[in-house]
Design a protein around this ligand. Structure first.
Ligand code: G3P
Length: 224
């Protein structure tokens, strides 16, 4: 894992429950459930936690962002080599909350290839997904920004975005799995997303902000 699909990637963002000890406890639950149900679960975590979580968890750890920089004078940047060395399996690129210019996206993808980080390129709509597919990331994750963090899932509000993104990617670069996310909360959202052709889910608030994350995760897993 997580070379297989479908996959659920939980993005811990900067939620109070999503870093340090609390974030680790959540990832530990994910590790247990991944084993128990034999499913692919992964976590996108704070840069600060990558080393600790990677050292102590058996699920793949993703960075939430890296910069497309190399060694040198780039104060404050997140160096792909450092993320790789800390044990990350991959990274999100261009999340809706951390958007990059087209040049920055290309640079990040290239640097991740250089160092062997798996890439999840995030896109906002079908057109952006098409452009993204041409860049050959390892995965695409389409998330309508207006639905992120909300109560209504992409599967319910905009199923056509999932379906059309998958169709478009299959024409451009069929080897790229398309994930989707935004507002995903339960197994019905997950199974609908998969039935529309996606190969996984990128989600956050439904799990991270829940008072019963284990229960929510088990429900989500039933939708795989
Ligand atoms: O990265 C996942 C994300 O942006 C979706 O967030 O809270 O709608 O599941 P959420």
């Amino acid at each position: 894992m997580p070379e297989g699909f479908p996959i659920i990637i939980v993005n811990l963002k900067t939620y109070s429950q999503g870093y340090g000890y609390e974030g680790f406890k959540l990832c530990k639950i994910m590790e247990e459930l991944s084993k128990e149900f034999n499913v692919n679960l992964a976590a996108a975590v704070s840069t600060v936690d990558i080393q600790d979580y990677s050292d102590n968890l058996k699920i793949p750890v993703f960075a939430q962002h890296v910069d497309g920089v190399s060694f040198g004078s780039n104060t404050g940047s997140i160096l792909p080599e450092a993320v790789k060395q800390a044990g990350a399996f991959g990274t999100l690129i261009n999340h809706a909350e951390c958007q990059l210019s087209p040049e920055e996206i290309q640079a990040s993808l290239q640097r991740c290839r250089d160092v062997g980080l798996s890439t999840v390129l995030c896109t906002a709509d079908v057109e952006a997904t098409k452009r993204g597919a041409a860049l050959d990331p390892d995965m695409l994750a389409v998330e309508p920004p207006e639905l992120i963090g909300g109560e209504i899932s992409v599967s319910t509000a905009k199923p056509e975005v999932i379906r059309d993104s998958v169709l478009a990617v299959n024409q451009i670069n069929p080897g790229i799995p398309v994930l989707c996310g935004a507002g995903v909360k339960d197994q019905a959202d997950v199974s609908k997303a998969l039935s529309l052709g996606s190969q996984g889910i990128l989600l956050a608030s439904g799990v991270v902000k829940s008072s019963e994350p284990r229960k929510v995760l088990i429900d989500l897993i039933q939708g795989l």
